[in-house]
Design a protein around this ligand. Structure first.
Ligand code: BGC
Length: 532
């Protein structure tokens, strides 16, 4: 059902069944009604919002780190503490400084890569709730090390440990939210994660403006997000486990108890029966092994690759080059203060534009958002590249410097309503239940792997003796163009497609240039027709 209450293109009318009817054998064989329950017009129980929000606070931890750490490069006290020499505007720092900057970004991403790979399996083993608690505790440990860092090794270790925590959290947050929320609010609740990422980035950017004046302010820029991780750890203790995980583990009573905390009384038995049926069908469909993750059944290998490629392109748009290194880049032509304010402007744009997705995600579909976002990103980055070409003399003409910041903000705005949130939404929704945890771990690991590559390469790339700013942004602009081509040819539209129709969608999907114009409104199809 779309937000206006109209049945969506692929909506299937689901029979309302009692638990007894539910075990009826003819219904049992019919997978088409299993994954989603009939729509309910009652508001969802308030506790579900709390569950989704507390889990999504992991996004605050993640965002605060992205928005806070890079800003320290434009803080005198931080540079003094680590012995970085002061360089006049327009000049490159010694290469060992670029090296240390790179590792500050990379250790976090490498830790996240290490945390995300086993996260899916661990969450299947110990449960979503305990997984989130443990990862929040690990993250807090990393924050503490960064707050107390007396030397670079300590800072790097803290970043690696914090990264492990965030890698684990980022893989399982979406899983927990998806499994605890009712179908009618699943989409919006899943956007909480990205909203919190951008809110965390903005909070960090804002606090950096004040923290730069304090000798130890940089410590908060690195580890201040310990507040959020402690809230996640404590909050999750009081929240229910995912009912689907309980059923998966054969803990029916516990599943009933968890459901009764987040559903109306009359919904509990019915939903429990649905979940049991769904889990049974999923088990019949396969054992959920790693071999199946790359198998050809229902184009599973293609789906796994899609979840990884989407993050490859998301990271190679250059978003984290800007998120992380904007203060340092802007500092090279306009000084510390302007760098932190310019970065804050970019972060503000990131925050505002994210709400466009919340409004449009179910209205216009995934492909138009991703395509227009990719083009907008490419055009903005081409403009950044043009403005920062040597002939523009941007280091001495402040208006050109300001223009660069404006185009960076436009780029981030385009990213924030498209590739930012949608990548996280799509990696979850294209995977079948029984393989979701493993496939999402791989997607998430790809995110962190390429975040590490971008983090390591960028601080060398934009120096004068390498690609410089213009060359660096030209490379990212090219990847944005390529990403639009990939979406156009290789990604099927998943908006409005119920989970149980996704296998059909992929079975009937052939990648290639001939894909219909995604901006054209799709004709309505009959309710039980399979989308082509
Ligand atoms: C990406 C992050 C990025 C953030 C910026 C997220 O969707 O996964 O890598 O830093 O958006 O808002």
């Amino acid at each position: 059902m779309d937000p206006a209450g109209e049945p969506s293109n692929y909506e299937v009318e689901l029979p309302v069944v009692s638990p007894d009817e539910h075990s009826n054998s003819s219904l049992k064989k019919d997978a088409s009604f299993i994954s989603d329950l009939p729509s309910d017009s009652r508001p969802v129980i308030f506790k579900v919002w709390i569950c989704a929000y507390v889990a999504a606070m992991s996004g605050l931890c993640f965002g605060f780190d992205i928005g806070g750490s890079g800003g320290t490069f434009a803080m005198t006290h931080f540079r003094e503490h680590f012995g970085w020499p002061e360089v006049p505007a327009g000049e490159d720092p010694p290469s060992w400084v670029s090296d240390q900057q790179g590792w500050i970004a990379v250790f976090f991403s490498l830790g996240a890569l290490a945390g995300s790979l086993p996260a899916g399996m661990l969450a299947d083993f110990i449960g979503r709730k305990f997984h989130l608690i443990i990862s929040a505790v690990i993250f807090s440990g990393g924050c503490l090390l960064q707050i107390l860092a007396s030397n670079m090794d300590m800072l790097w270790s803290g970043r690696f440990i914090g990264g492990v925590g965030i890698g684990m959290m980022s893989t399982v947050t979406g899983m927990y939210i998806g499994e605890i929320s009712p179908t009618r609010t699943r989409g919006i609740m899943n956007t909480f994660f990205q909203i919190n990422i951008v809110a965390g980035i903005l909070t960090a950017g804002l606090s950096n403006l004040g923290l730069k004046h304090w000798k130890h302010g940089w410590r908060i820029s690195y580890g201040g997000n310990i507040v959020f991780s402690i809230l996640v750890a404590i909050g999750m203790i009081f929240l229910p486990e995912s009912p689907r995980w309980c059923v998966l583990k054969g803990k029916t009573e516990k599943a009933r108890d968890c459901l009764s905390q987040v559903r109306y009384e009359d919904e509990v038995e019915r939903e429990l029966a649905f979940i049991q049926q769904d889990v049974r069908l999923a088990k019949e469909a396969g054992s959920g092994s790693w071999v199946e993750v790359f198998g050809s059944r229902h184009k599973q290998g293609y789906r796994t690759a899609t979840g990884m490629i989407i993050f490859f392109f998301q990271q190679l748009t250059g978003i984290n080059a800007i998120m992380f290194f904007a203060p340092d880049m802007i500092k090279t032509f306009s000084g510390d203060d302007a760098a932190l304010w310019g970065t804050f402007g970019i972060q503000f744009m990131n925050f505002i534009a994210t709400f466009i997705t919340v409004y449009l995600i179910d209205k216009v579909g995934r492909l138009p958002l991703l395509l227009s976002g990719a083009w907008g990103q490419a055009i903005s980055l081409f403009c950044v590249s043009l403005c920062s070409m040597p002939f523009s003399d941007y280091e001495n003409k402040s208006w050109i410097g300001n223009l660069i910041v404006v185009f960076c903000a436009l780029f981030v705005g385009c990213f924030a309503y498209s590739w930012g949130p949608l990548a996280w939404v799509i990696i979850a929704e294209i995977q079948p239940n029984q393989l979701r945890a493993k496939a999402m771990s791989l997607s998430s690991a790809t995110h962190w792997g390429f975040a590490a590559v971008v983090g390591k390469v960028t601080p060398y790339a934009y120096r004068k003796n390498a690609l410089q700013l213009w060359g660096t942004f030209l490379v990212f602009a090219t990847f944005c163009m390529l990403s639009s081509l990939w979406v156009h040819c290789c990604l099927p539209e998943t908006a409005d497609v119920p989970l149980e129709k996704l296998d059909d969608l992929f079975d009937n999907f052939t990648p290639g240039f001939k894909q219909a114009n995604p901006f054209k409104k799709k004709p309505k199809v009959a309710k039980d027709e399979t989308p082509a």
